[in-house]
Write a protein that binds this ligand. Structure first.
Ligand code: 5RP
Length: 230
């Protein structure tokens, strides 16, 4: 079975958690895309839900699928968000932002009563950090912000290059108009410590460590579905 088939299986299981009239957060990325596609089928068959997207790409996909969309301003509390992840550990701590949507993804997850992660089981790791940690920063003062991040990360036991994400010849720009530094730490020994120290760096808008946000995960692997959390 391909990785894409596994992602769809995880998405299909998460769809079973959706109940009529729920307020949903829709994630971003290739796995979340399966969820939106499957949700669209249910909506066209009569399911009533109202959703908030975590990116312009998901917003466009959901609208095209006939899903009723609103904003987090109009609907500031959500029942359930379903989103992918780049990595997750045994405590449901995540690295997200591989698709560049970490800021809106974190705001939407934080506004949700539950956040269910859907992924293929290759995303499960013992220690976070193999996947480069996305850090969203304002373009102004990028050099100074990068230096400051390197210093606080080293103090938290994290070392490695901070690469400006690119899209072709130009820096990748997020939906919020910021840029992303991908931090190849290899290993993040204390994710909460790194998360709080990064949040204090001027110029850092958000980072891809999601701690205490995911309430459950559905991971699809060759031997079936693994469910973590509640
Ligand atoms: C986007 C994300 C995605 O959820 C993450 O990158 C996983 O993507 P995929 O489902 O394509 O593997 O955080 O910002």
């Amino acid at each position: 079975m391909s990785a894409d088939d596994l992602k769809r299986q995880a998405a299909a299981r998460a769809l079973e958690l959706v109940e009529p009239r729920m307020r949903l957060g829709l994630g971003t990325g290739s796995t979340a895309k399966h969820f939106v596609e499957l949700l669209g089928e249910r909506v066209r068959a009569g399911l009533e839900v109202t959703c908030v997207a975590t990116s312009e790409a998901t917003q466009a996909q959901a609208l095209a699928a006939g899903i009723a969309m609103t904003t987090l301003d109009a609907m500031p509390e959500l029942d359930l968000t379903v989103d992918g992840a780049d990595e997750l550990d045994g405590e449901l701590r995540l690295i997200k932002g591989g698709g560049g949507a970490l800021l809106r993804e974190k705001i939407v997850a934080a506004a949700s009563g539950r956040m269910v992660v859907i992924a293929d089981d290759s995303k499960r790791v013992a220690t976070l950090g193999r996947f480069p940690l996305p850090i969203e920063v304002v373009p102004f003062g990028l050099g100074a912000t990068r230096l400051a991040i390197a210093r606080v990360a080293a103090a938290a036991g994290c070392h490695g290059p901070l690469d400006l994400r690119r899209s072709g010849d130009t820096p990748f720009v997020t939906d919020g108009g910021h840029v992303i530094l991908d931090a190849s730490f290899g290993r993040i020994p204390d994710p909460p410590a790194l998360a709080s120290t990064l949040a204090g760096v001027p110029g850092v808008v958000e980072h891809g460590l999601f701690i205490g946000l995911a309430t459950a995960a559905v991971l699809a692997g060759a031997s079936g579905l693994i469910e973590m959390g509640k």
